[in-house]
Design a protein around this ligand. Structure first.
Ligand code: CTP
Length: 398
Protein backbone atom coordinates (compact mmCIF):
# COMPACT_ATOMS: atom_id res chain seq x y z
CA UNK A 1 0.00 0.00 0.00
CA UNK A 2 2.94 2.36 0.57
CA UNK A 3 5.11 1.20 -2.31
CA UNK A 4 6.49 4.23 -4.13
CA UNK A 5 4.68 6.71 -1.87
CA UNK A 6 6.72 9.82 -1.09
CA UNK A 7 6.62 10.79 2.55
CA UNK A 8 8.30 13.92 3.84
CA UNK A 9 8.80 13.94 7.61
CA UNK A 10 9.51 17.09 9.60
CA UNK A 11 11.02 16.37 13.01
CA UNK A 12 10.85 18.99 15.75
CA UNK A 13 12.49 19.27 19.16
CA UNK A 14 10.77 16.74 21.35
CA UNK A 15 11.95 13.66 23.20
CA UNK A 16 9.50 11.61 21.10
CA UNK A 17 11.81 12.21 18.11
CA UNK A 18 13.53 8.90 18.93
CA UNK A 19 10.41 7.09 17.71
CA UNK A 20 10.92 8.53 14.23
CA UNK A 21 13.91 6.24 13.74
CA UNK A 22 11.60 3.23 13.91
CA UNK A 23 8.94 5.02 11.87
CA UNK A 24 11.42 5.64 9.03
CA UNK A 25 12.55 2.03 9.13
CA UNK A 26 8.97 0.74 8.93
CA UNK A 27 8.04 3.13 6.11
CA UNK A 28 11.08 2.18 4.03
CA UNK A 29 10.36 -1.50 4.68
CA UNK A 30 6.85 -0.99 3.28
CA UNK A 31 8.30 0.50 0.09
CA UNK A 32 7.84 4.22 0.84
CA UNK A 33 10.37 6.85 -0.21
CA UNK A 34 11.22 8.96 2.84
CA UNK A 35 12.89 12.36 3.15
CA UNK A 36 13.49 14.20 6.39
CA UNK A 37 13.74 17.77 7.58
CA UNK A 38 14.99 18.55 11.07
CA UNK A 39 14.33 21.78 12.94
CA UNK A 40 17.44 23.10 14.75
CA UNK A 41 16.02 21.85 18.09
CA UNK A 42 15.41 18.35 16.69
CA UNK A 43 19.16 17.85 16.17
CA UNK A 44 19.55 17.61 19.96
CA UNK A 45 17.29 14.56 20.01
CA UNK A 46 18.15 12.52 16.89
CA UNK A 47 21.21 12.28 14.72
CA UNK A 48 20.97 13.24 11.03
CA UNK A 49 23.40 10.39 10.28
CA UNK A 50 21.04 7.73 11.67
CA UNK A 51 18.12 9.18 9.75
CA UNK A 52 19.96 9.63 6.45
CA UNK A 53 21.29 6.06 6.70
CA UNK A 54 17.81 4.60 7.33
CA UNK A 55 16.01 6.76 4.76
CA UNK A 56 18.84 6.47 2.21
CA UNK A 57 18.42 10.21 1.59
CA UNK A 58 20.30 13.23 2.89
CA UNK A 59 18.62 14.90 5.85
CA UNK A 60 17.89 18.59 5.46
CA UNK A 61 17.97 21.01 8.33
CA UNK A 62 19.06 24.40 7.03
CA UNK A 63 17.44 26.76 4.58
CA UNK A 64 20.95 27.67 3.45
CA UNK A 65 24.34 26.11 3.86
CA UNK A 66 27.65 27.65 2.81
CA UNK A 67 27.14 27.30 -0.91
CA UNK A 68 23.55 26.43 -1.67
CA UNK A 69 19.92 27.11 -0.98
CA UNK A 70 17.62 24.19 -0.16
CA UNK A 71 14.57 24.17 -2.35
CA UNK A 72 11.67 23.95 0.10
CA UNK A 73 9.11 24.58 -2.64
CA UNK A 74 10.15 21.54 -4.63
CA UNK A 75 10.25 19.38 -1.49
CA UNK A 76 6.63 20.24 -0.72
CA UNK A 77 5.73 19.40 -4.30
CA UNK A 78 7.74 16.19 -4.32
CA UNK A 79 5.90 14.74 -1.31
CA UNK A 80 2.60 12.84 -1.38
CA UNK A 81 2.27 13.67 2.32
CA UNK A 82 4.08 15.96 4.75
CA UNK A 83 4.09 14.53 8.27
CA UNK A 84 5.30 16.70 11.14
CA UNK A 85 6.21 14.30 13.94
CA UNK A 86 6.79 14.83 16.74
CA UNK A 87 5.07 18.20 16.65
CA UNK A 88 6.29 20.36 19.55
CA UNK A 89 4.26 23.20 21.07
CA UNK A 90 6.72 25.70 19.62
CA UNK A 91 6.47 24.45 16.01
CA UNK A 92 2.68 24.08 16.42
CA UNK A 93 2.40 27.75 17.39
CA UNK A 94 4.61 28.79 14.48
CA UNK A 95 2.66 26.69 11.98
CA UNK A 96 -0.62 28.10 13.25
CA UNK A 97 0.63 31.67 12.85
CA UNK A 98 2.55 31.52 9.60
CA UNK A 99 6.09 31.89 10.99
CA UNK A 100 8.89 30.98 8.66
CA UNK A 101 12.22 30.91 10.48
CA UNK A 102 13.47 27.45 9.53
CA UNK A 103 13.46 24.95 6.69
CA UNK A 104 10.55 22.90 8.04
CA UNK A 105 8.29 25.95 8.38
CA UNK A 106 9.23 27.22 4.91
CA UNK A 107 8.40 23.79 3.48
CA UNK A 108 5.12 23.66 5.41
CA UNK A 109 4.05 27.06 4.11
CA UNK A 110 4.81 26.16 0.51
CA UNK A 111 3.62 22.52 0.58
CA UNK A 112 0.95 21.64 -1.95
CA UNK A 113 0.59 18.09 -0.61
CA UNK A 114 -1.68 17.07 2.31
CA UNK A 115 -0.22 17.67 5.78
CA UNK A 116 -0.63 15.71 8.99
CA UNK A 117 0.88 16.26 12.42
CA UNK A 118 1.58 14.00 15.40
CA UNK A 119 1.74 16.23 18.50
CA UNK A 120 3.90 15.27 21.47
CA UNK A 121 3.92 17.24 24.70
CA UNK A 122 3.42 17.06 28.42
CA UNK A 123 -0.12 16.78 29.69
CA UNK A 124 -0.40 20.32 31.03
CA UNK A 125 0.85 21.78 27.75
CA UNK A 126 -1.52 19.48 25.85
CA UNK A 127 -4.49 20.75 27.83
CA UNK A 128 -3.51 24.44 27.62
CA UNK A 129 -6.17 26.42 25.71
CA UNK A 130 -3.51 27.80 23.34
CA UNK A 131 -2.60 24.31 22.20
CA UNK A 132 -6.24 23.53 21.43
CA UNK A 133 -6.64 26.85 19.63
CA UNK A 134 -3.53 26.27 17.53
CA UNK A 135 -4.53 22.70 16.66
CA UNK A 136 -8.01 23.90 15.68
CA UNK A 137 -6.32 26.44 13.43
CA UNK A 138 -4.26 23.70 11.77
CA UNK A 139 -7.43 21.61 11.30
CA UNK A 140 -9.12 24.62 9.73
CA UNK A 141 -6.25 24.76 7.20
CA UNK A 142 -7.11 21.14 6.29
CA UNK A 143 -4.17 19.61 8.19
CA UNK A 144 -4.95 16.28 9.90
CA UNK A 145 -4.08 15.79 13.55
CA UNK A 146 -3.02 12.31 14.71
CA UNK A 147 -4.49 11.88 18.21
CA UNK A 148 -2.06 11.81 21.12
CA UNK A 149 -2.03 8.77 23.41
CA UNK A 150 -2.26 8.43 27.17
CA UNK A 151 0.78 7.06 28.96
CA UNK A 152 4.06 7.82 30.67
CA UNK A 153 5.40 11.26 29.70
CA UNK A 154 8.93 12.67 29.60
CA UNK A 155 8.21 14.55 32.84
CA UNK A 156 7.62 11.25 34.60
CA UNK A 157 3.91 12.07 34.89
CA UNK A 158 1.22 9.86 33.42
CA UNK A 159 -1.42 11.35 31.17
CA UNK A 160 -2.40 12.62 27.71
CA UNK A 161 0.23 13.96 25.33
CA UNK A 162 2.33 10.99 24.21
CA UNK A 163 2.98 10.94 20.49
CA UNK A 164 1.17 8.10 18.67
CA UNK A 165 3.27 4.96 18.14
CA UNK A 166 4.95 4.55 14.71
CA UNK A 167 2.56 1.73 13.68
CA UNK A 168 -0.44 3.95 14.54
CA UNK A 169 1.04 6.85 12.54
CA UNK A 170 1.49 4.60 9.49
CA UNK A 171 -2.06 3.30 9.81
CA UNK A 172 -3.33 6.90 10.06
CA UNK A 173 -1.42 7.93 6.94
CA UNK A 174 -2.74 4.95 4.96
CA UNK A 175 -6.33 5.45 6.14
CA UNK A 176 -6.34 9.18 5.43
CA UNK A 177 -4.26 9.52 2.29
CA UNK A 178 -3.65 6.23 0.50
CA UNK A 179 -6.71 4.10 0.99
CA UNK A 180 -8.17 2.74 -2.19
CA UNK A 181 -11.90 2.10 -2.02
CA UNK A 182 -11.49 -1.05 -4.05
CA UNK A 183 -14.50 -2.75 -2.42
CA UNK A 184 -16.97 0.05 -3.11
CA UNK A 185 -20.40 -1.45 -3.85
CA UNK A 186 -19.41 -4.93 -2.60
CA UNK A 187 -21.16 -6.81 0.20
CA UNK A 188 -19.18 -8.76 2.77
CA UNK A 189 -20.26 -11.28 5.37
CA UNK A 190 -17.94 -11.96 8.32
CA UNK A 191 -18.22 -14.26 11.33
CA UNK A 192 -16.15 -13.52 14.43
CA UNK A 193 -15.69 -14.41 18.07
CA UNK A 194 -16.49 -17.61 19.93
CA UNK A 195 -19.81 -19.40 20.26
CA UNK A 196 -21.27 -20.39 23.64
CA UNK A 197 -23.13 -23.69 23.75
CA UNK A 198 -25.40 -23.79 26.82
CA UNK A 199 -25.25 -26.69 29.29
CA UNK A 200 -27.76 -25.22 31.75
CA UNK A 201 -28.92 -21.65 32.54
CA UNK A 202 -25.53 -20.72 34.05
CA UNK A 203 -22.91 -22.82 32.20
CA UNK A 204 -21.75 -23.16 28.64
CA UNK A 205 -19.06 -24.69 26.42
CA UNK A 206 -16.99 -21.87 24.88
CA UNK A 207 -13.48 -21.03 23.75
CA UNK A 208 -10.88 -18.27 24.12
CA UNK A 209 -11.61 -16.41 20.86
CA UNK A 210 -11.68 -12.63 21.44
CA UNK A 211 -13.13 -11.67 18.05
CA UNK A 212 -10.28 -9.16 17.49
CA UNK A 213 -9.17 -10.64 14.15
CA UNK A 214 -12.72 -10.64 12.77
CA UNK A 215 -13.25 -7.08 14.04
CA UNK A 216 -10.06 -5.90 12.30
CA UNK A 217 -11.24 -7.56 9.07
CA UNK A 218 -14.61 -5.79 9.27
CA UNK A 219 -12.94 -2.41 9.83
CA UNK A 220 -10.62 -2.98 6.86
CA UNK A 221 -13.44 -4.13 4.54
CA UNK A 222 -15.58 -1.14 5.55
CA UNK A 223 -12.72 1.33 5.08
CA UNK A 224 -12.26 0.01 1.57
CA UNK A 225 -15.91 0.65 0.71
CA UNK A 226 -17.63 -2.68 1.42
CA UNK A 227 -20.93 -2.90 3.24
CA UNK A 228 -20.30 -5.47 5.97
CA UNK A 229 -22.65 -7.85 7.80
CA UNK A 230 -20.91 -9.18 10.89
CA UNK A 231 -22.32 -12.21 12.71
CA UNK A 232 -20.56 -12.12 16.05
CA UNK A 233 -20.50 -14.52 18.96
CA UNK A 234 -20.18 -13.22 22.55
CA UNK A 235 -17.55 -10.47 22.53
CA UNK A 236 -17.34 -7.04 24.17
CA UNK A 237 -16.03 -5.39 20.97
CA UNK A 238 -18.18 -2.48 19.76
CA UNK A 239 -18.28 -0.97 16.28
CA UNK A 240 -19.11 2.55 15.23
CA UNK A 241 -18.71 2.39 11.46
CA UNK A 242 -22.05 2.87 9.72
CA UNK A 243 -20.89 0.31 7.14
CA UNK A 244 -20.68 -2.50 9.70
CA UNK A 245 -24.02 -4.07 10.56
CA UNK A 246 -23.58 -6.32 13.62
CA UNK A 247 -25.81 -9.29 14.44
CA UNK A 248 -24.98 -10.70 17.87
CA UNK A 249 -25.45 -14.44 18.42
CA UNK A 250 -24.62 -16.96 21.15
CA UNK A 251 -24.62 -20.46 19.65
CA UNK A 252 -23.28 -22.17 16.53
CA UNK A 253 -26.87 -22.85 15.47
CA UNK A 254 -27.78 -19.14 15.69
CA UNK A 255 -24.61 -18.22 13.77
CA UNK A 256 -25.47 -20.78 11.08
CA UNK A 257 -29.03 -19.42 10.69
CA UNK A 258 -27.84 -15.84 10.30
CA UNK A 259 -25.13 -16.80 7.79
CA UNK A 260 -27.45 -18.87 5.62
CA UNK A 261 -29.79 -15.89 5.45
CA UNK A 262 -27.07 -13.36 4.57
CA UNK A 263 -24.83 -15.48 2.30
CA UNK A 264 -26.80 -15.37 -1.01
CA UNK A 265 -26.06 -11.65 -1.56
CA UNK A 266 -22.51 -11.59 -0.17
CA UNK A 267 -19.67 -11.04 -2.65
CA UNK A 268 -17.05 -11.88 -0.03
CA UNK A 269 -17.54 -14.13 3.00
CA UNK A 270 -14.93 -14.54 5.71
CA UNK A 271 -15.45 -17.11 8.45
CA UNK A 272 -13.09 -16.07 11.22
CA UNK A 273 -15.28 -17.25 14.12
CA UNK A 274 -14.10 -20.04 16.38
CA UNK A 275 -17.32 -22.02 16.13
CA UNK A 276 -17.90 -24.81 18.66
CA UNK A 277 -17.65 -28.17 16.91
CA UNK A 278 -19.94 -29.86 19.46
CA UNK A 279 -22.95 -28.75 21.46
CA UNK A 280 -24.82 -30.43 24.33
CA UNK A 281 -27.72 -32.54 23.04
CA UNK A 282 -29.92 -31.28 25.87
CA UNK A 283 -29.80 -27.98 27.72
CA UNK A 284 -30.94 -28.50 31.31
CA UNK A 285 -33.86 -26.23 32.19
CA UNK A 286 -32.61 -25.74 35.76
CA UNK A 287 -29.09 -25.33 37.12
CA UNK A 288 -27.44 -28.77 37.36
CA UNK A 289 -26.72 -29.53 41.05
CA UNK A 290 -23.47 -31.07 42.25
CA UNK A 291 -24.74 -34.56 43.15
CA UNK A 292 -22.86 -37.23 41.17
CA UNK A 293 -19.11 -37.94 41.62
CA UNK A 294 -18.75 -38.30 37.89
CA UNK A 295 -20.76 -36.44 35.38
CA UNK A 296 -20.84 -36.47 31.60
CA UNK A 297 -22.57 -34.42 28.98
CA UNK A 298 -23.64 -35.91 25.71
CA UNK A 299 -22.61 -33.76 22.77
CA UNK A 300 -23.58 -33.67 19.14
CA UNK A 301 -21.77 -32.11 16.20
CA UNK A 302 -22.74 -28.57 15.21
CA UNK A 303 -23.36 -27.66 11.60
CA UNK A 304 -20.15 -26.69 9.80
CA UNK A 305 -21.08 -23.21 8.58
CA UNK A 306 -18.11 -22.76 6.25
CA UNK A 307 -18.68 -26.16 4.64
CA UNK A 308 -22.42 -25.51 4.16
CA UNK A 309 -21.74 -22.14 2.53
CA UNK A 310 -19.05 -23.76 0.36
CA UNK A 311 -21.72 -26.13 -0.97
CA UNK A 312 -24.08 -23.24 -1.72
CA UNK A 313 -21.45 -20.97 -3.26
CA UNK A 314 -22.28 -19.65 -6.72
CA UNK A 315 -20.11 -18.10 -9.40
CA UNK A 316 -18.21 -15.01 -8.40
CA UNK A 317 -18.70 -15.45 -4.62
CA UNK A 318 -15.47 -15.58 -2.70
CA UNK A 319 -15.28 -17.72 0.44
CA UNK A 320 -12.51 -17.41 3.03
CA UNK A 321 -11.96 -19.73 5.99
CA UNK A 322 -9.56 -19.78 8.90
CA UNK A 323 -7.62 -22.72 10.27
CA UNK A 324 -6.26 -22.63 13.79
CA UNK A 325 -3.97 -25.58 14.28
CA UNK A 326 -1.48 -26.91 16.80
CA UNK A 327 0.22 -29.53 14.56
CA UNK A 328 0.43 -30.60 10.88
CA UNK A 329 -0.58 -27.03 10.17
CA UNK A 330 0.03 -26.93 6.41
CA UNK A 331 -1.58 -30.30 5.73
CA UNK A 332 -4.73 -29.50 7.74
CA UNK A 333 -5.05 -26.03 6.19
CA UNK A 334 -4.87 -27.49 2.67
CA UNK A 335 -7.44 -30.15 3.61
CA UNK A 336 -9.82 -27.42 4.82
CA UNK A 337 -9.37 -25.52 1.55
CA UNK A 338 -10.69 -28.45 -0.50
CA UNK A 339 -13.09 -30.07 1.98
CA UNK A 340 -14.94 -26.82 2.61
CA UNK A 341 -14.77 -25.55 -0.99
CA UNK A 342 -13.10 -22.31 0.17
CA UNK A 343 -11.14 -20.00 -2.12
CA UNK A 344 -8.64 -19.04 0.53
CA UNK A 345 -7.64 -20.38 3.95
CA UNK A 346 -5.86 -18.25 6.53
CA UNK A 347 -3.74 -20.42 8.78
CA UNK A 348 -2.59 -19.40 12.22
CA UNK A 349 -0.66 -21.81 14.36
CA UNK A 350 -0.86 -21.75 18.14
CA UNK A 351 2.84 -22.69 18.06
CA UNK A 352 3.75 -19.21 16.79
CA UNK A 353 4.45 -16.63 19.45
CA UNK A 354 1.97 -13.73 19.36
CA UNK A 355 -0.53 -15.57 17.17
CA UNK A 356 -4.03 -16.74 17.95
CA UNK A 357 -6.64 -16.02 20.61
CA UNK A 358 -6.55 -12.79 22.59
CA UNK A 359 -3.36 -11.32 21.13
CA UNK A 360 -3.29 -7.96 19.33
CA UNK A 361 -0.91 -9.50 16.79
CA UNK A 362 -1.13 -12.49 14.50
CA UNK A 363 1.17 -14.49 12.24
CA UNK A 364 -0.51 -16.07 9.26
CA UNK A 365 0.03 -18.13 6.14
CA UNK A 366 -2.46 -17.77 3.30
CA UNK A 367 -3.33 -20.76 1.08
CA UNK A 368 -5.21 -19.97 -2.10
CA UNK A 369 -7.07 -22.47 -4.25
CA UNK A 370 -4.76 -21.74 -7.21
CA UNK A 371 -1.86 -23.13 -5.17
CA UNK A 372 -0.40 -19.80 -4.04
CA UNK A 373 1.03 -19.98 -0.54
CA UNK A 374 2.13 -16.80 1.28
CA UNK A 375 3.71 -16.61 4.73
CA UNK A 376 3.69 -13.30 6.59
CA UNK A 377 5.62 -12.12 9.62
CA UNK A 378 3.98 -11.37 12.96
CA UNK A 379 2.07 -8.07 12.74
CA UNK A 380 -0.69 -6.13 14.51
CA UNK A 381 -4.09 -7.61 13.61
CA UNK A 382 -5.04 -4.43 11.66
CA UNK A 383 -2.11 -5.01 9.31
CA UNK A 384 -2.89 -8.73 9.06
CA UNK A 385 -6.43 -7.76 8.08
CA UNK A 386 -5.01 -5.50 5.37
CA UNK A 387 -2.85 -8.33 3.99
CA UNK A 388 -5.84 -10.69 3.88
CA UNK A 389 -8.11 -8.12 2.21
CA UNK A 390 -5.36 -7.31 -0.33
CA UNK A 391 -5.35 -10.99 -1.40
CA UNK A 392 -9.16 -11.08 -1.49
CA UNK A 393 -9.28 -8.02 -3.73
CA UNK A 394 -6.67 -9.56 -6.01
CA UNK A 395 -8.71 -12.77 -6.36
CA UNK A 396 -12.00 -10.91 -6.74
CA UNK A 397 -10.80 -8.88 -9.71
CA UNK A 398 -8.52 -11.55 -11.26
N1 CTP B 1 -16.15 -23.42 10.99
C1 CTP B 1 -17.50 -23.23 10.77
N2 CTP B 1 -18.42 -23.96 11.43
C2 CTP B 1 -18.05 -24.91 12.32
C3 CTP B 1 -16.66 -25.09 12.57
C4 CTP B 1 -15.74 -24.33 11.89
O1 CTP B 1 -17.84 -22.36 9.96
N3 CTP B 1 -18.97 -25.60 12.95
C5 CTP B 1 -15.19 -22.62 10.22
C6 CTP B 1 -14.35 -21.67 11.06
O2 CTP B 1 -14.95 -20.40 11.19
C7 CTP B 1 -13.07 -21.61 10.25
C8 CTP B 1 -12.96 -22.98 9.59
O3 CTP B 1 -14.28 -23.51 9.63
O4 CTP B 1 -13.15 -20.66 9.21
C9 CTP B 1 -12.02 -23.95 10.25
O5 CTP B 1 -12.29 -24.05 11.62
P1 CTP B 1 -11.41 -24.98 12.56
O6 CTP B 1 -11.97 -24.91 13.94
O7 CTP B 1 -9.95 -24.67 12.38
O8 CTP B 1 -11.61 -26.39 11.93
P2 CTP B 1 -12.78 -27.40 11.98
O9 CTP B 1 -13.48 -27.40 10.67
O10 CTP B 1 -13.66 -27.15 13.17
O11 CTP B 1 -12.01 -28.79 12.10
P3 CTP B 1 -11.03 -29.31 13.27
O12 CTP B 1 -11.66 -28.80 14.56
O13 CTP B 1 -11.12 -30.77 13.13
O14 CTP B 1 -9.70 -28.74 12.98
Amino acid sequence: MLTGKKILIGITGSIAAYKIILLVRLLVKQGAEVRLILTPAARDFVSPLTLSTLSKNPVISDLFNESSWSNHVMLGRWADVLLVAPLSCNTLAKMANGHCDNMLLATYLSATCPVCVAPAMDEDMWHHPTTKLNLDKLSSFGNKVIPVEKGELASGLFGDGRMAEPETIIQFIIDNFFLTRDLEGKKALVTAGPTFEPIDPVRFIGNHSSGKMGAALCEELAKRGASVDLVMGPSPIQFDSPNINVRRVQTAEEMYNQCVQLFPTADVTIMSAAVADYTPIKKAEEKIKKVEDQFSIELTKTKDILKSLGEKKHNGQLLVGFALETRNEREYALQKLTKKNADLIVLNSLNDEGAGFGYDTNKITIFEKNGTELSYERKPKQQVARDIVDRIVKMLYA
